[in-house]
Design a protein around this ligand. Structure first.
Ligand code: ADE
Length: 236
């Protein structure tokens, strides 16, 4: 399959940019960055804060626990970063209050040329950040993280692997769980040795009969989905 590869740019806005290089510097993401398929830029929100103390958070009006991310530093950081490229990009705010990330959403994001990921810390964002920037609010699940950084990494990881040329084998994401129109779980996989501690590889997978193998895999996927995630079958 021939693809015209072009770069997808991610801008990460965070108070903790040092969290990212380790993750981005390994494995397939490292290779994608080195080859120019993916471009990741890190921006420290603190660089846009005002005053001699570089404060980016403050106590909430009305009282209560925790600190709130300040509107000026965040809005000005987003605006400055947006202006660094002709495409203003698709702005995502990582927050447990967002729409939950799933594979159809990841597939839509993979069509973008540029994604800006805004990571929050503390108790949340000043509401005017939402009102002014109108970000696409994304949650990676119904639990609360210490900040949006891990959620941003999850988003980049899931999106980047759909880009043509990212995976070694062009077709390998097509058969993932949740991809394509059939959103079933993957079937069981085996590799050498054929037998380990009494656990045999199913004979059909060694038979060389591609039709039978395909039938076995389909049935295995359906059964797994039924047992583990019957909600996915109900959605069909
Ligand atoms: N920030 C804190 N918790 C989060 C979540 N579940 N998803 C995205 N961003 C978050």
């Amino acid at each position: 399959m021939l693809h015209t590869e072009c770069t997808m740019r991610f801008d990460i806005l965070t108070l903790f940019p040092d969290i990212f290089p380790g993750y981005l510097g390994e494995s397939l993401l490292k290779r994608a960055i080195q080859s120019g398929l993916v471009d990741v830029r890190l921006h420290n929100i603190r660089d846009w804060s005002k005053g001699k103390h570089n404060t980016v958070d403050d106590r909430p009006f009305g009282g209560g626990p925790g600190m709130v991310m300040k509107v000026d530093a965040v809005v000005e950081c987003v605006e400055a970063v947006r202006g660094q490229a002709p495409d203003p990009g698709h702005l995502i705010m990582l927050t447990p209050q967002g729409r939950r990330l799933d594979q159809p959403k990841v597939e839509r994001l993979a069509e973008q040329k540029r994604i800006i990921l805004l990571c929050g810390r503390y108790e949340g964002f000043d509401e005017r950040i939402r009102l002014i920037l109108e970000p696409d609010e994304v949650s990676i699940g119904d639990y609360v993280l210490g900040g949006g950084e891990v959620a941003a990494m999850v988003t980049i990881d899931a999106v980047a692997r759909l880009l043509p040329g990212f995976l070694g084998d062009e077709d390998s994401s097509e058969y993932d769980s949740f991809s394509g129109s059939r959103r079933w779980l993957d079937c069981a996989q085996y590799t050498r040795p054929r037998e380990y501690r009494g656990h045999e590889t199913p004979e059909v997978l060694l038979s060389g009969n591609h039709e039978e193998i395909a039938r076995w895999r389909e049935e295995n996927s359906r059964q797994r989905t039924q047992r583990r995630r019957s909600d996915l079958l109900a959605e069909e």
